[in-house]
Structures are given as C-alpha cells and as structure tokens.
Unconditional design. Structure first.
Lengths: 249, 93
C-alpha cells in the first residue's frame, strides 16, 4: 500500500472519529433526555443526507475537473483547513485555549432539552431536529474532508469507506459507554488530523503548481514528520511564554 | 420621520434566502472564521511557490519553500493569538 494511501486512510478515519464524537455527544444528550427513537431517526436522516452529498459531488469532481486544477484547489482548501485545525490544537496543547470539553457540552445540552415540553406519544420533533442538526453540522466537515482528500487522490471510495468505518466504530463504542465520551483523547486526535491535512495540502497544492517532490508519495510522511516537529517546538515555546490564566476565545 | 418597522412587521425571509445565507455562513466560518491570516497566508504561499516553479528557480529551493512558507504562516497566526490573549500593553510610565 502506498504511503499516501495510508496517510489518507488515517486522516479520514481520525477526522471522522473526532467529528463523530462531537455529534454523538449531542445525540446521546438528546436520547437520554427526550427518548432514543427520535434522536436516532434524526441522526440517521442527517447521515443519509451526508451520504447523498458525497455521492453527488465527489464523482462529478473526479470525472469532470482536470487533475492539476483539482489538486491546486483542493490542496489550497486542505492547507487552509488543516492550518486552522493545527493552530487550534497547538494553542490547546500549550494551554492558551480551553480544551473541547464533551462533559460540559453534554450537561449544557441536557439542561437545555429538559427545559422544553415533551409530546406524550409519537415523534418528538425537537429531539429529531436537534439530533439532525448535530449530526449534519459535524458531518459536513467530514464530507468536505472525504471529498477533497478522496477526489485529489482519485480514491473517493476508499476515503468514504474510512469515514464510514469511523462512524460505525465511534457509534458502537459511543452507545456502549454513552456518557464517557470525555475520555476520548479528542485534542490529541485533532492535532494528528491537523498535521495530516496540512501535509496533504502542502503536497497537492505543490504538485498542482509544478513542484516535483523528491521521492514522490514518500514526501508525504516526511512532511508529516517536519510539521509534527514544528508543532512540538511551537507548543513548547508558547507554553513557556504563557502567563497563567490567560486564554484566547 | 418614519417609524422603524416593529419586529413582527418585518417581511419574512424566504426559505431559499435563508438556505443561501446559511450556506454562505458555513463557508465563511469554514475558510475564514476568526483567522483570515491563514486563508491569505495559505493562498500567498501557493502563489509564491507557483512563481518559483515557473521561473526556473532551482528545484531544491522550490521544494523547500512550500513547507517553510506554511510554517511561517502558522507561526504568525499563533503569534497573533498569543498577542490577543495578552491584551493591550499597559501604558509606559
């Protein structure tokens, strides 16, 4: 298996897992407070819409857009998106930004949903809409990652499979442990995803504008290593300079 | 002077407009959010490398310039966040 394929699979799987954990926090909160039927129906409906989005946009991009143009656009998109993830992960690791707290989000959702009236029987539209929105909005980022990574490397099927596997794994584990989602090392996973997205973005936008990477696909793990080193040094420097109690929004 | 329309008198927005606005908001948040420097820096990095690659600059320089520019963009954005966290400097005595 090519190194680029392995990096692609790991990136999509981890990115999808992180977003699924965030979606699942909302779905579990809805299920616990308003009942599981409407919560699961809302989540399943959103998942269906996301799958349709991948199936309708992905193959069109692969078949009709020239590869170089696709790589510059997609590479640039991944670069910017990856830099956002990496910056956030660096600031969190250095203690300059509050970590994503699934427990706090869960408690907040439960309090909000418990305050609203529940219908006696049948479908609970509030539960359906909240679960749908949670799954759809978190999943939209995954759709963008799957389409961009999959289309630029002409491995849309593989990228979709990796995302599907993450949805199944996190879904099963999440429903078993329900409220212990805070135990997932989400911030560390975000750092890894950020590193990989930035590496893919650098690699593809570079190829698109005419850079001939030494070793071709082998340059990808090297880029991941270089950026990991830079991230580690940046975290150490920022953490050393940080004043206690000072955070960014 | 005409009176400002009350909240309940405002014309209702059409669903198409609402979806278009939500779509625009998603992409704005997705690409720009509170870090416009990453979008501008990312695009500049790609443009600079494209110019180097098409003007016969040595391959090693072109290859190295891409990750170096990306690291500079990340460093600048982290620095900006650090400064924002510290707040404005107190006036000098």
């Amino acid at each position: 298996m090519h190194s680029a394929t392995i990096v692609l699979l790991v990136s999509v799987f981890l990115a999808s897992s992180v977003e699924m954990v965030e979606a699942l926090t909302i779905i579990v909160a809805v299920g616990v407070t308003r009942g599981w039927r409407s919560a699961l129906e809302g989540a399943a409906a959103a998942l269906g819409v996301l799958v349709v989005l991948v199936l309708s946009i992905g193959p069109a991009l692969v078949h009709y857009v020239p590869l170089d143009a696709l790589r510059i656009t997609v590479g640039g998109l991944l670069l910017v998106f990856g830099l956002q993830w990496l910056r956030k992960a660096v600031l969190r690791a250095a203690g300059l930004k509050a970590k994503h707290d699934e427990d706090a989000i869960f408690t907040e959702q439960v309090a909000e949903l418990s305050a609203q009236d529940r219908p006696g029987n049948g479908r609970d539209s509030t539960a359906f809409v909240v679960a749908f929105k949670g799954m759809f909005l978190e999943g939209l980022e995954v759709v963008v990652i799957v389409i961009t990574l999959g289309a630029a490397d002409h491995r849309l099927g593989l990228a979709s499979l990796a995302a599907g596997a993450a949805v199944v794994v996190v879904g099963i584990v999440g429903l078993i442990v329900t409220r212990q989602l805070a135990g997932v090392p989400e911030n560390a996973m975000k750092m890894v995803v950020g590193l990989m997205l930035v590496s893919f973005g650098t690699f593809w936008s570079g190829e698109g504008v005419g850079v001939h990477w030494p070793g071709s696909d082998l340059a990808l793990p090297v880029l991941v290593g270089v950026y990991a080193l830079v991230a580690w040094v940046t975290v150490s420097l920022v953490a050393r300079e940080r004043r206690p109690g000072v955070e960014v929004a | 002077m005409p009176e400002a329309p009350r909240q309940d008198e405002r014309p209702a927005t059409s669903p198409a407009r609402r979806y278009a606005s939500a779509f625009g908001r998603f992409w704005w948040e997705f690409l720009i959010g509170d870090t416009p420097e990453l979008l501008v820096g990312g695009i500049l990095a790609v443009v600079v490398v494209a110019l180097l690659a098409h003007h016969g600059v040595e391959r090693a320089v072109t290859v190295a310039s891409m990750p170096v520019l990306v690291v500079v963009v990340l460093g600048a954005s982290v620095r900006r966040a650090q400064r924002a966290a510290r707040g404005p400097r107190p006036p000098e005595p």
